[in-house]
Design a protein. Structure first.
Length: 233
């Protein structure tokens, strides 16, 4: 997904403030009109947009004895992704916006934040509290370590996205800046800040990150992914 498409999608999407409302009171079904609701004994559970719910609450305030309003966003342009059809393991507390592509048997851990236009290849693990900015492209069988930041490039529109090729290991709390390409099989050490392209099959570390050696058998033994963690059985 190119930047202009993302910008246009965000700009043209209706702004929504979805809410859930629990109300008790002397209310009949006719008062709820076309709103989506579920009725219990002497209460209603209502779903809708705040611009519709707020005037309804005001109109019926004399009939409502108690209420609770739940909301987790304001004037949001892009909804969260519907995860039900993803063939992946996605743990509670991950925030994934719509128009994110999630490959087969991907693992996304608690607290990950993944923005619009991101592509994640099959069997890649996104660890806890990772932030992946807009349009980042992540290959197959990668591990993005806990707390890492993959920079996004929705604006300026001319910026190039981060590209992480297949079989890359990124250590905890590493930062990959805009436009960087990390080559196949490379390893980025924990805490590294990567400001330029990383060749395939090398280890980089430091601030800014520099090549410190080639990936060897010892490195591979320490960074190999575990297929069992990708199982959905």
């Amino acid at each position: 997904m190119d930047t202009e498409t993302i910008i246009r999608t965000i700009a043209e999407s209706p702004r929504r403030t979805p809410v859930e409302v629990y109300v008790k009171g002397d209310l009949g079904e006719k008062e709820l009109g076309d709103m989506e609701y579920y009725q219990g004994v002497n209460y209603f559970h209502i779903f809708g947009d705040w611009k519709d719910i707020e005037p309804w609450l005001e109109k019926n305030k004399d009939k409502i004895t108690s209420k609770r309003i739940l909301s987790d966003r304001k004037n949001s342009a892009i909804p969260l992704k519907n995860l039900l059809h993803c063939h992946a393991r996605i743990e509670p507390g991950a925030f994934i916006r719509d128009m994110v592509e999630i490959g087969d048997r991907v693992v996304i851990m608690m607290g990950a934040v993944i923005n619009i236009g991101v592509v994640i290849g099959a069997e890649t693990m996104i660890d806890m509290n990772v932030v992946i900015g807009g349009r980042a492209q992540i290959g197959r069988q990668c591990h993005i370590g806990a707390g890492s930041v993959i920079a996004g490039v929705i604006e300026p529109a001319s910026a190039q996205p981060v590209i992480i090729e297949d079989e890359v290991m990124i250590g905890a709390n590493a930062v990959i800046l805009e436009g960087v390409r990390v080559g196949k099989g490379a390893v980025v050490a924990a805490g590294a800040i990567v400001v330029r392209d990383v060749p395939p099959g090398v280890v980089v570390a430091g601030t800014p990150a520099k090549e410190i050696k080639k990936v060897d058998a010892n490195t591979q033994s320490k960074t190999a992914i575990q297929s069992a963690l990708r199982s959905l059985e």
